[in-house]
Design a protein around this ligand. Structure first.
Ligand SMILES: C[S@@+](CC[C@H](N)C(=O)[O-])C[C@H]1O[C@@H](n2cnc3c(N)ncnc32)[C@H](O)[C@@H]1O
Length: 225
């Protein structure tokens, strides 16, 4: 019988710690460094997700993009570095990463809305001129509201626009039986599972579910009508 090959750990990770890669820009690395000491540092977007999002942004070349759920600004800085100069990002509260973003001279691309994610989207939707005006969106906030974000983003995104949802494997729990999932993740496992099902059935989007790293994953949706 053929022996099962043991793979070395991914070069991107050693345990939970992530090793910089050649394509991670210096300011992005710096924001990761200033995030490490935060007690909730594990909330930061994973570097390999960031790198995939950066490529998507370069391909889409968005003028207007939105991020729902900003922590220290790792993914926000990645975004601001990969969109054209005239582009805009809306963001949630963050302080730790702001000096790094300013140092990278991309803060002029960022418009700050301090609010609940849903309320911020509602506020944007109050102005009919915002409908179909966004090229990209990245959602990394409360999982229970992912579908609510999706419904609103389907109005804000232009046809052909791209939306990325983070953590859609929820550390692999969506593939586990309920009793196998860690207690802390049971509720999120359920909402993420339901979200993935609804997304897969949504005729408005072309969908690719991309597993990354150690149980991280993103779902990439392209609005098709
Ligand atoms: C997983 S972290 C995001 C990480 C982020 N992508 C980064 O690397 O900076 C989730 C963030 O969403 C925020 N958040 C949670 N619920 C939210 C809500 N209802 N509206 C807006 N933001 C929310 C949290 O405060 C946290 O900063």
């Amino acid at each position: 019988m053929e022996k099962v090959k043991k793979h070395a750990p991914s070069p991107l990770y050693s345990g939970n710690e992530c090793v910089p890669t050649r394509t991670e820009p210096e300011p992005v690395k710096e924001i990761r460094d200033v995030t490490v000491g935060h007690p909730m540092a594990m909330m930061s977007t994973a570097p390999d997700a960031g790198q995939l999002i950066a490529i998507l942004l370069k391909l889409v070349n968005p003028k207007k993009t939105i991020e729902i759920g900003v922590f220290t600004g790792y993914s926000l800085l990645y975004t601001a570095l990969n969109i054209p100069d005239e582009a805009k990002v809306n963001r949630e509260a963050y302080e730790i990463g702001l000096p790094v973003i300013q140092k990278a001279r991309v803060d002029h691309k960022i418009e700050f809305i301090e609010s609940e994610g849903l309320a911020a989207l509602d506020q944007l939707l109050e102005n009919i001129e915002n409908e179909g005006k966004f090229d990209c969106a990245y959602v990394d906030a409360d999982k229970a509201n992912y579908w609510n974000y999706h419904e609103k983003l389907m109005k804000l995104l232009k046809v052909g626009g791209v939306c990325v949802y983070d953590n859609t494997l929820r550390a692999g729990t969506v593939a586990m039986a309920e009793e196998e999932a860690p207690k802390l993740l049971k509720a999120e496992r359920k909402t993420t599972f339901e979200f993935n099902k609804s997304l897969a059935a949504d005729p408005r989007v072309q969908l690719s579910h991309v597993p990354l790293g150690d149980g991280i994953s993103i779902s990439i949706c392209r609005r098709i009508y």
